[in-house]
Design a protein around this ligand. Structure first.
Ligand SMILES: Nc1nc2c(c(=O)[nH]1)N[C@H]1C(S)=C(S)[C@@H](COP(=O)(O)O)O[C@H]1N2
Ligand SMILES: [Mo]
Length: 330
């Protein structure tokens, strides 16, 4: 989460990553200057975007959402190529431009999702069973990363509540936890764990929601985007999407859901509790300790725009947090 493309970094944020990237570019620039007198050529070499992993859309399986598409803020969706090539998915790569390539060969079938814990009917679902639980819906949502970039993604999925209903949660279930697959053979960056020299994250990636957040109609499990099944880089075959929270809450490639009675430990909160809270509601007034959250850059746009409270979904979700101090429960 700390790693950014050079163009995402505002001059005010002097980070180690910036030093690293600019030094690398500097070295490349030096090498190019030495090998060519055409400075125009060198310039172009430095600023061409990295190669994208292009998967032709007609090679990806169609999904047919049955309902009227929902786009609460009337946002223009981000280009398919950016949504599928600019990703955070540390199990594959810590470079946003590197995820698509590293994840390209990931096969997300067969796949099961187990729901356990405080439920009358805990159950392991096969992916195809999940597709049959409820009609697939199209939901165009903003995705706001805590790093201050954002996108608009036309997801295809089903409300998480429809899946949870199936297992009949007990009234003692107050929170829902989620876990990503652990399989270092298929998710190569998982070979870097707490026991190895370069510790990336403690796997599995874990997230959690309060039960009322999980049951909120805007909370979905996405199985596709742009009318196509999810590509590995976006969390195939099934991932959480909670549009009013920072992107890191929207955990990818989920294999386990557990209903519990206490607020669970979550990956980024464990990693840096003062930086990433359990709630992680998008809030322009609560700064990250190292940068402001007041503005964001939408991928595909040049200038920054203002960030909205609850990412623009306040009308739908603000009541979940009535009486809570959002500075304390960030
Ligand atoms: N398992 C897992 N889920 C994850 C992440 C991750 O590294 N691993 N990154 C999170 C972050 S920080 C963001 S911003 C979103 C990005 O989703 P996208 O790549 O589909 O846009 O996924 C979230 N879900
Ligand atoms: Mo993020």
């Amino acid at each position: 989460m700390l790693i950014k493309k050079p163009e995402d970094i505002k001059a005010s944020e002097i980070t180690e990553e910036k030093t690293y990237f600019s030094r690398r570019n500097f070295i490349r620039a030096g090498a190019l200057a030495a090998s060519t007198v055409a400075t125009g050529f060198a310039y172009r070499q430095l600023f061409v975007p990295e190669e994208k992993t292009v998967v032709s859309q007609d090679k990806i399986l169609d999904l047919k959402p049955s309902s009227v598409p929902l786009n609460l803020n009337g946002d223009e969706p981000t280009d398919f190529i950016d949504i599928t090539n600019y990703n955070n998915f540390y199990e594959f790569s810590t470079s946003k431009n590197g995820v698509a390539r590293a994840a390209k060969k990931f096969v997300a079938r067969p796949w099961t999702l187990t729901i356990e814990g405080l439920a009358n009917k805990p159950k392991t679902f096969d992916l195809d069973e999940i597709f049959r639980i409820a009609p697939l819906e199209e939901r165009t949502y903003r995705l706001r990363c805590v790093e201050t970039w954002s996108m608009v993604i036309p997801w295809v999925g089903l409300p998480l509540g429809k899946l949870l209903e199936q297992v009949e949660p007990l009234s003692s279930a107050k929170y829902v936890t989620f876990e990503t697959l652990v399989d270092p053979e298929r998710m190569p960056n998982q070979k870097t764990g707490p026991m190895s020299f370069f510790s990336v994250l403690d796997w599995p990636y874990k997230e959690g929601l309060r039960m009322d957040e999980a049951l909120h109609p805007l909370t979905i499990l996405a199985v596709g985007l742009y009318g196509k099944v999810l590509l590995p880089a976006n969390g195939a075959p099934i991932r959480l999407v909670v549009p009013w929270k920072y992107g890191f809450k929207s955990i990818k490639s989920i294999v386990k859901i557990k209903l519990v009675d206490r607020q669970p430990v979550t990956t980024w909160n464990l990693e840096a509790p003062s930086e990433y809270g359990f709630y992680a509601n998008v809030n322009p007034k609560v700064s990250h300790p190292r940068w402001s959250q007041a503005e964001e850059r939408r991928i595909g746009e040049y200038s920054y725009r203002d960030t909205s409270i609850f990412n623009g979904y306040g009308e739908q979700v603000a009541s979940l947090y009535n009486g809570m101090d959002l500075n304390k429960y960030y």
